[in-house]
Design a protein around this ligand. Sequence first.
Ligand code: CO
Length: 681
Amino acid sequence: MSDHNQVEITKMDYSEDRPEAKKPLKIMDLSLRDGHQSLFATRGRTEDMIPVAEMMDQVGFWAVETWGGATFDTMHRFLNEDPWERIRTLKRYFKKTPMSMLLRGQNLVGYRNYADDVARAFVDRAAANGIDIFRVFDALNDFRNFETVVSVIKKCGKHFQGSICYSMTEQRMGGDVYNLEYYVSKAKELEKMGTDSICIKDMAGMLAPYDAYALVKALKEAVSVPVHLHSHFTSGMASMTHLKAIEAGVDIVGTCMSPYAYRTSHPAIEPLVITLFGTNRDTGFDIKLLAEIDEILEKDILPKYRHLLNDRRVSIISANVLLHQTPGGMISNLVNQLREMDALDKINQIYAELPRVRKELGQVPLVTPTSQIIGTQTVNNVLFDDENERYKMITDQVKDLCYGLYGKTPVPINPDLQKKALKGYSRGEMPITCRPAKVLEPELEKAREDVKDLAKDLDDVLIYALYPVTGKRFLKWKYDKEEPPAEVKPRTMADVKAEQSLIKKALAGKLVEKPEKEVPPKGEGLRRFNVFVDDEYFEVGVEEEGGPPVVSYVRQIPASASVPAVPPAAVAPVPSASSGPPAVPARPALAVAPVSPPVKKSASASMAQGDGTPLSAPMPGMIISYEKGIGDAVKKGETIVILEAMKMENALPSPAAGIIKSINFSAGDSVAKGDVLCIIE
Ligand code: CO
C-alpha cells in the first residue's frame, strides 16, 4: 500500500538545479519570540532583531513568530520597551512573511483570565498593529476560553491557529487522560470552532518521535486543516520528533535559526533544510542565506545575551524532563526559587510533591500559567506544610483554579482540597462550571479611568489593564514622569568587550585578589543596600561602628533573580565589591539604594517585648498591595499583604491580632526573604 504522506527522495545529485518539492514542508521561525524566551528569559530587544529582519523576510518562512507569550510582560517590565511598538517596527521589515503571536486564550499575554471587553480590545489592537496569525492555547485545553478571542480574530480576517497543549502523565503518550483519543477529540473540537490550522504545542519537549508519528497520522486522518508541530528541544528528542512527524505528513513545524536553537529552545532550521534537500518535502530554503543570518546573530547580537543563558550546565539537554515529565523551564524556575530561599536541598522533595499537587489539582497540563500555579504551590507545600496539615499556604491562583476561574480541569479537583481552598474565598465557596470569563465584570472602563492622566491611547490603557503595577510604572517611564532605572537600559557591545578584556586579564592572573578577611558577626545597626552594576546587583550590608560606615558583607544576587527597581533618589559612591568571584570586575560609580529602613528583621521569636509582631516576607517577591493601613485592626490570619512571587500572588496572613503599627514598603517594591513588611502591635 502506498502512503501519500511518505517522504520520497526525488533527486540524489545535489550539484544540479534543485527541483521544486511537491509538498514543501512549511516552517515557522521562532527565533524572535520563543527562541529568546526559552534561552534568554525573553530579554531580546527590538533593536537586536532589526539587523536580521529583512534577510529573514527573504527566506520563505510560512510565518515568523515575533510577539506574545512572555514578550509583553518582559518588555514593559525589564526592557523599558513598548510591546506594541515592537510589532509596528518589525512589520516594516517583514513585508511578505506573516507575523505570528502566541496568545494564551482568555489569559491574553498575562497570567489570569481577563474580562471579555479587555480580551476583545487586545486582539483587535494586536491585529491592527500587525499580527497576522494568532496561535491560541489554553492551559487547561478548555476551548471555551477561546470563544471571545476567536470571534475577534475571525472578524479581523486573521488566521486562527488552535493549539492543543501536549501533556502526559506516563513515560510516553497514553494513560487515562492524555491518550490518542483525547488529542483527536480536541482537534475535532477545534475544527468545529473554525480553526485555520491545528498546532500540537509540545512546550516541554516531551513528545517522543514514534508518539509524534502516531499522533500526526491520527490527526491527519481526523481533520482536514493543516497540522503544525511545535516541539521544544529540552529533552533532546525534538529533531527526531520533527522527522517522524514529517514522515507522518505534518504540514508545518517550528524551528529557530541555529544560534537561537537547541537547549530549551527548538531544533535548528539549517540541518532540516539539508535533511529534506531533494525530497518531495524540500523546504526550498537557501542555506547560504541562512548562514549569513546566523553569522550576524552569532557575532553582533548573541554576545549581548550570553550572560542570560539560563542553563549554564555543560549538557545541552535535560534528562530530568524525561524523568519527571516536567517542563524544563518549570524545573529551572523551581531551582531558582529554591535558591533564592536558601532551600536548594529540598529539590528532591519538590520532585516528589509536584505530581501529587498536580493530580490533586485536576491533572492539568503544565504550561503558563498552570506550570507556575502548580510549581509555586508545590514550593509552598514543601516549605510550609507539616505532618499535621497539607496546603497550609494556598496561593490566590490555586483558589481561583479551584473556583473554576481558569476553566475545567481534565479530571476533577480533589474535593477536600477544593473545599479548603474556597473557604472564605471572595467570589463564593461554590465553584462555577460555566465559561470562566462569564463571571468577570468588564474591566476596560475602570482601567481607562485609572490611567486617564497617563495613557495616550487604547494600547497604553491595555498595558495597564493587563499589568496594573508594572504597566503603570512603564507608562511613567514612557511619558517621562519617572526616570527609568539603569538596569532596564540595553547592554552594548562596548560593555561586552570591556567585560571580556577584564575576564581575559583575570584568567591570565593579572587581576590580584585581596587576601580574604574573616567577616565579623552582623550587629544591630546593620543596614542593607542594593548595589547596581549594570545588569547585576549586589546586596551590601553597611554597619556604623561609631566612625564612618563599614561594609560588613557583600552578596552577589544571581542574574536570574528578579531585579528590584532603583528608587530615583539613590546615588552614592561606595567601595566596590572585592569579595566576588574573580570574573566579576570591580567598577566605579555604583548606584546605592537603601532597601528598607533599619528595622530589625528576624523571626518573631527574637523580637523584643513591646516591639510588636512583625510580618516578614516568607519568600522574595514584589508587593502587589497592602490590604490594610496603619492604625487598622487585624485579626490573626487576616490578609495584610499581597506578595507576588514567581508571578503568582500570595496572600500573607497576619501572624497576630492587633493594630498595624508600621508599614515598611509600598506597592511595586521588591522585597527579600525575611524583610519586615509591617509590624502589628
Ligand atoms: Co514554545
